[in-house]
Ligand binder design. Structure first.
Ligand SMILES: O=C(CO)[C@H](O)[C@H](O)COP(=O)(O)O
Ligand SMILES: [Fe+2]
Length: 217
């Protein structure tokens, strides 16, 4: 699997250092959780921070928007150098338009589903998205326990992907560790987001390498 460390659990006073550690350890993406304190009951960081981090890393910046007005963030994120923008299905009545706006901004479009939202809502979107992010915890906070019922959703999505001959990435986010990543991969997930498992450890580099090892890359 591709590994996407989430800086939500990194040392905010030493972000540049922590990002370099996971980049040197072979991570493919950097997962950026933007929260507005409205769509989710927590605040994190926004575009200015992402813009400041961009020149110091070659990682693919993958932004997970947990905000109530995602349309306001798409152009600023693209201008800040983010390559993948993820919008929650639950955050907008106009998810198809969000995908179009993301593509018009020159980025890859990812649709994100909360644990309680079924895969069936993606039917019309699957041919046009570059990635689907399945939340494996409720969004808003790092360090939560993986919800096992989400495994079946990953399998359902992977079945649709195969049946339709599509190539979008299947990302999983929340409670990912050396065990849950393997369970998700077995159902068809291709990208593992991991925050606390990577950064709340003695060696974030060793954790990235361990996730690659157990998921066969
Ligand atoms: O989107 C998120 C929270 O809403 C984070 O990406 C996710 O929770 C990562 O943290 P952890 O790996 O510690 O669960
Ligand atoms: Fe996230």
């Amino acid at each position: 699997m591709k590994i996407a460390p989430s800086i939500l659990s990194a040392d905010f006073a030493n972000l540049q250092r922590d990002i370099k550690i996971v980049e040197d350890a072979g991570a493919e993406y950097l997962h950026l959780d933007v929260m507005d304190g409205h769509f989710v009951p927590n605040l994190s960081f926004g575009v200015p921070l992402i813009k400041a981090l961009r020149p110091n890393s070659s990682l693919i910046f993958d932004c997970h928007l947990m905000v109530s007005r995602p349309e306001d963030y798409i152009s600023p994120l693209a201008e800040a150098g983010v390559q993948i923008i993820g919008v929650h299905y639950e955050a907008t009545p106009h998810i198809y338009r969000m995908v179009q706006l993301i593509h018009q901004a020159g980025c890859k479009a990812e649709v994100v589903l909360n644990p309680g939202t079924p895969i069936s809502v993606l039917q019309e979107l699957l041919p046009v998205v570059d990635a689907v992010l399945i939340m494996t915890v409720n969004p808003g906070f790092g360090g939560q326990k993986f919800i096992p019922e989400t495994l079946d959703k990953i399998a359902q999505l992977a079945t649709l992907k195969k049946a339709q001959g599509l190539t979008f990435e299947i990302e999983v986010d929340g409670g990912i560790d050396e065990k849950t990543s393997v369970l998700c991969q077995a159902r068809g997930a291709t990208v593992a987001v991991a925050g606390s498992f990577v950064f709340e450890s003695q060696s974030p580099a060793a954790q990235v390498k361990l996730l690659h090892k157990v998921t066969g890359e």
